[in-house]
Design a protein around this ligand. Structure first.
Ligand SMILES: Cc1cc2nc3c(=O)[nH]c(=O)nc-3n(C[C@H](O)[C@H](O)[C@H](O)COP(=O)(O)OP(=O)(O)OC[C@H]3O[C@@H](n4cnc5c(N)ncnc54)[C@H](O)[C@@H]3O)c2cc1C
Length: 387
């Protein structure tokens, strides 16, 4: 079977942000490489997501030589609301974008194809590793594989790495509702009262077509009462939105608080397959693009040492944040934690920017940041900044 397999330089499973970034980076590093991207869904598929694109994503993509955003997709403001009702509403120095994933992922994949990647509509079901390479579906063979097949990763399962569960996994619902007047220039992010088990929040992110992407995510450890409870909480936290009758779709978010080995032999895991979603905000596109790019670059340099190069690069970028998140995440159920963080962001632009970099990028809090938070502990439960 392996003898009939088509030899290529790199096989990437999954053509979402992580997979397309891996292809773009591999071909940036070695333009002559034969890179095959396999996805079970055609170009232009949707992905259940908030569609919020952090500025860190745009920076990472510019480094890969592409710009997939349009000026009208910019959302200049961000409104953070804590469980206790503290509000921080500001215009970040670098604004985010809202781009429906059907559009964003097609732009990314098309950019990878334009750079020379070969896209194949193919569901991956098998993977065999030997000392010299990996055979996928018995049809393709390469020295390296990047597994970028999302939160229910088959590649990860085939490597024997268990899936996330409990407080390290969030469940979510998402739909599109008309954008209420006056709310179209802000990303609304509203944390819920935490329910003994981790992340719970609602969001409303305005798109360019008069609708907002709305949804609710909840740690699977906190999940009680199923979807009905999630819908009820979403309605309670987004009172200005007409949510009646909108179509809601569910999906899971594997959080960084429990991660698999990033590389097993000649297979590198990137994006959701590597459980890289921020446990405080649900951000995963930046981590997917960043990890995919690192994996793609490492994969075409030296196949024999790619697992070491990739693991080291990932640790250098994210290890401090991941370590800190694991500790802080245990405090998320106490509403004072998020109330204080949002109050400090309302009071200080510097703290607001820091929160954005930690929640959406790869930064971590310094001792000085914690000292600044300390000044806002318990300082009036409903304080908000005037902007
Ligand atoms: C409700 C919700 C809201 C979110 N909101 C945001 C947000 O606003 N901003 C943000 O940054 N992040 C958000 N996230 C997280 C974000 O969606 C993910 O982190 C991101 O999509 C990860 O990208 P990826 O490339 O790793 O995986 P995916 O985008 O899931 O892509 C995986 C690809 O693999 C393919 N695939 C799967 N299995 C196979 C197989 N067996 N064979 C071949 N192909 C396969 C799929 O078809 C898919 O194209 C949200 C997540 C959820 C669930």
């Amino acid at each position: 079977m392996a003898a009939a397999a088509v030899p290529v330089d790199l096989i990437i499973v999954g053509a979402g942000p992580a997979g397309s970034a891996a292809a773009l980076a591999a071909l940036q590093a070695r333009p002559s490489a034969r890179v095959v991207l396999l996805d079970r869904a055609p170009l232009g598929r949707d992905k259940v997501c908030g569609d919020g694109i952090a500025p860190h994503v745009s920076r990472e993509l510019l480094a890969l030589g592409i710009d997939v955003t349009r000026p009208d997709e910019v959302v200049p403001g961000a409104r953070l609301v804590s469980p206790g009702g503290v509000v921080a509403s500001r215009r970040p120095r670098a604004p985010g974008h809202v781009i429906p994933r059907r559009v964003l992922d097609a732009r990314l994949l098309q950019a990878a194809i334009d750079r020379g990647a070969q896209f194949e509509l193919e569901k991956v079901a098998s993977l065999e590793q030997s000392t010299t390479g990996v055979t996928v579906n018995g049809r393709w063979r390469a020295p390296l594989v990047v597994g970028a097949d999302g939160s229910n990763s088959v590649v990860r399962r085939l490597l024997g790495e268990p899936a996330n569960h409990g407080s390290a996994l969030a469940v979510s619902i998402r739909g599109y509702a008309p954008t209420p007047a006056g709310t179209g220039d802000e990303l609304l992010f509203r944390w819920d009262n935490q329910r003994a088990g981790g992340l719970c929040y609602a969001w409303a992110f305005p798109t360019t077509n008069g609708t907002s992407n709305v949804g609710y995510a909840m740690s699977s450890a906190a999940r009680r009462g199923g979807r009905r409870v999630m819908e009820g909480r979403m309605h309670a936290l987004l009172p200005g939105f007409d949510l009646g009758g909108i179509e809601l779709t569910g999906h899971t978010l594997p959080l960084t608080t429990r991660r698999p080995r990033p590389a097993v032999g000649r297979v590198l895991l990137a994006g959701d397959a590597a459980s890289l979603i921020n446990p405080f905000t649900g951000e995963g596109i930046y981590a997917a693009v960043a990890s995919g790019a690192m994996a793609g670059r490492a994969a075409v340099m030296d196949a024999a040492s790619a697992h070491l190069v990739y693991s080291a690069a990932l640790a250098q970028r994210f290890a401090r944040q991941h370590r800190q998140s694991r500790i802080l995440y245990r405090m998320i159920d106490h509403s004072i934690t998020l109330d204080t963080a949002v109050r400090a962001s309302a009071g200080s632009e510097r703290t607001f920017e820091r929160l954005i970099d930690v929640g959406l990028g790869d930064a971590h809090f310094s001792v000085a940041d914690f000292a600044r938070f300390g000044r806002y502990v318990g300082a009036g439960s409903r304080a908000s900044n005037p902007s």
